[in-house]
Design a protein around this ligand. Structure first.
Ligand SMILES: NC(=O)C1=CN([C@@H]2O[C@H](COP(=O)(O)OP(=O)(O)OC[C@H]3O[C@@H](n4cnc5c(N)ncnc54)[C@H](O)[C@@H]3O)[C@@H](O)[C@H]2O)C=CC1
Ligand SMILES: O=C1O[C@H](COP(=O)(O)O)[C@@H](O)[C@H](O)[C@H]1O
Length: 249
């Protein structure tokens, strides 16, 4: 039977990458949720709701097997007044409703900014280059460099709680820098953590398909220069990225 997947933040960039990559590939029954109504054709059902609206999220969660939770404020400059409701409280609402609805898996869009403060003056810019061997693998403590990063670390910790307490499978994907078509130009850091659209779709697909308990993985393409390991994503999720920012130099 087709799996039913709730995609929050469906109208955004990451949501678009996932839908573009998976709609024709996979037989998922999509339920899309965003506070902004759709502007384009979309698969499945579209629920216009805010993730802080507990009742609406509960309703949207009915009959769902897996959730890809993207909705939130993606700005690294986002103030506390925004990340507290949109990224922290809204994420708690999503996990809580998922547990109550008997959902199996939640893939959470975390961010490189949850660990941004590892990029110290002493390490940069060398760590963005191929010859440098500094590597974060997901087992390190969060080290945010802004309140947005704090909110993503909070989302990861909420996931840990809902996994340990209720057995929900949770994959936190620390997404790098998603750009369509090619890596960011003249931006070493962005090239080292580039995530192509097709690798993004494939990675979240693996989060729906694979078996896991609680995981933190990095969401980047197989870039020659990288300071995030993708070994865990390969091992646990079966992630097999096709793109590499070096091929666009
Ligand atoms: N684009 C990137 O390179 C990266 C994105 N991420 C994370 O991935 C997720 C998606 O990011 P993007 O697609 O780039 O952002 P986006 O701004 O393009 O999309 C986010 C979507 O979430 C919706 N949304 C925001 N707050 C909401 C709320 N309270 N209730 C319902 N819907 C709400 C917005 O309407 C928007 O359609 C975010 O959580 C972001 O922090 C993490 C790392 C990198
Ligand atoms: O979490 C995010 O990270 C990406 C990449 O960060 P940046 O510091 O290289 O801009 C960012 O583009 C995206 O908006 C944000 O949600």
């Amino acid at each position: 039977m087709a799996q039913s997947v709730l995609l929050t933040g469906a109208a955004g960039r990451v949501g678009t990458a996932i839908l573009d990559g998976l709609v024709d590939e996979r037989d998922y029954e999509w339920r899309l949720l965003d506070r902004d109504p759709p502007t384009e054709d979309h698969p499945g059902e579209f629920v216009v709701a805010d993730i802080t609206d507990e009742e609406a999220v509960r309703e949207a969660m009915e009959g769902i097997d897996a959730v890809i939770h993207l909705a939130g404020d993606p700005r690294k400059t986002a103030p506390w007044e925004s990340v507290l409701p949109n990224n922290i409280d809204g994420t708690r609402v999503v996990y809580e409703a998922a547990v109550d609805a008997g959902v199996e898996k939640v893939a959470f869009a975390s961010s490189n900014h949850a660990v941004g403060a590892y990029e110290t003056d002493e390490r940069t810019p060398e760590m963005y280059r191929e010859e440098d061997d500094f590597l974060l693998d997901g087992s390190e403590l969060p080290r945010p460099g802004n309140l947005y990063g704090v909110s993503k670390a909070a989302g990861e910790t909420l996931g840990r709680y809902y996994h340990d307490e209720y057995g929900l499978s949770v994959a936190c994907v620390r997404i790098g820098n998603l750009t369509e078509g090619h890596p960011p130009i003249d931006y070493e850091r962005g090239q080292a953590m580039w995530l192509s659209y097709r690798d993004c779709a494939h990675l979240f697909d693996r989060c729906i398909q694979a078996d896991y308990g609680y995981e933190i993985v990095y969401g980047i393409s197989d870039n020659d220069r990288k300071y995030y390991s993708i070994d865990r994503a390969r091992e646990v999720l079966g992630y097999n990225p096709q793109d590499n920012s070096a091929e666009h130099d």
